[in-house]
Design a binder for this molecule. Structure first.
Ligand code: SF4
Length: 327
């Protein structure tokens, strides 16, 4: 019987699931992926979480509560630091850090839940060792065959690249949880108003947390261009114009917003952030001061927490889209 590894459909798995899945499956493990966030999962997370924490982390804890009796291990990666390329001509590399709240996730999980299976505390900290080595070390939990672990890593990288390329077509990031992406909806009608949909994928594409934001926008006759449809090289080019951004995923947010605006691809920008998210409040300040003030483009910021009501989201979206279509 294969070893079961629980993976939460939450937070960083919206970026890295294909890599994690392929790597551990290649080592003979079975992945137990938690379902899309349900009311019960979120309630479990809220009940267990510290009050001041953001909504996605609360949901993450609910997913851990769901998984803890269903797997032999639970993967809780600790994304500390990546040696990311982001500067002019991509020659200089610089350190980028994960969100401070998420860095402490393995400790938070262990301190909250007493009856857990073993946690795979996969530490990604490229100040200490490169990402590949971190995976090779984690792989030794499940195999002694170094060649096999190396092969698992290589094919996992190929899988991640394949999904990254699919995401460039503008599909929902939540599609990365599907083994096969069946249909890709590329907006062809140039008359359809387009907006940039800016935020973390684990909020925007979690239909419970964001009140089905992506689909709601689509039903209003507007195309939403997500952060994930801008390629890394375009983000790298744009981000050079900004003071150094020290957070890994936030440079994608700033770089893609700059790209959408500078290329005149959108007639509005919709920010969807979590209430009490520290990095988003800094990022939105930078975007407002350094980007929106130079472009005559309307923007709307929606903040989400567990008290956000569907009606409030709907009403504000309708007004915003009405403004765009009249313009
Ligand atoms: S970046 Fe913001 S939303 Fe994401 S985990 Fe950190 S605090 Fe929460």
């Amino acid at each position: 019987m294969s070893i079961k590894i629980g993976v939460a459909r939450s937070l960083y798995s919206y970026y890295h699931y294909p890599l994690w899945q392929k790597f551990f499956e290649n080592l003979g493990c079975e992945i137990v992926l938690s379902p899309s966030t349900t009311k019960k999962i979120l309630e479990d997370g809220i009940r267990n979480a510290p009050a001041e924490i953001c909504l996605p982390v609360k949901a993450f804890l609910g997913h851990i509560a769901y998984l803890k009796d269903k797997a032999d291990y639970i993967l809780v990666p600790r994304m500390v630091c990546l040696n990311a390329q982001h500067t002019l001509h991509q020659t200089k590399r610089s350190l980028k850090f994960g969100c401070p709240k998420a860095i402490g996730l393995p400790d938070m999980v262990k301190s909250i839940f007493s009856d857990l299976p073993q946690i795979i505390d996969l530490v990604i900290d490229e100040r200490i060792m490169n990402q590949q080595q971190s995976f090779l070390n984690a792989g030794q939990l499940f195999s002694r065959d170094k060649k096999m672990i190396q092969g698992a890593w290589q094919s996992a990288l190929i899988e991640k690249d394949r999904y990254d390329n699919l995401l460039l077509n503008g599909i929902k990031t939540s599609e990365i949880f599907n083994k096969e992406i069946s249909s890709i909806n590329i907006p062809t009608n140039t008359q359809t108003p387009r907006i940039a949909l800016i935020g973390h994928p684990y909020l925007i594409y979690d239909d419970l947390l964001s009140h089905s934001l992506f689909d709601t926008i689509g039903k209003m006759g507007v195309s939403a261009l997500p952060v994930s449809c801008v390629c890394k090289s375009a983000i790298n080019d744009e981000i050079t114009n900004f003071a150094d951004i020290h957070w890994l995923y936030e440079q994608d947010i700033i770089g893609s917003t700059a790209y959408f605006l500078n290329q005149k691809l959108v007639s509005g920008v919709l920010f969807a952030f979590s209430f009490s998210c520290g990095t988003s409040s800094v990022v939105s300040e930078i975007i407002n001061k350094e980007l929106l003030s130079f472009h005559n483009i309307p923007s709307l910021t929606l903040l989400f927490d567990e008290h956000t009501a569907q009606e409030g989201v709907q009403t504000r979206l309708e007004s915003f889209i009405d403004l765009l279509t009249r313009k």
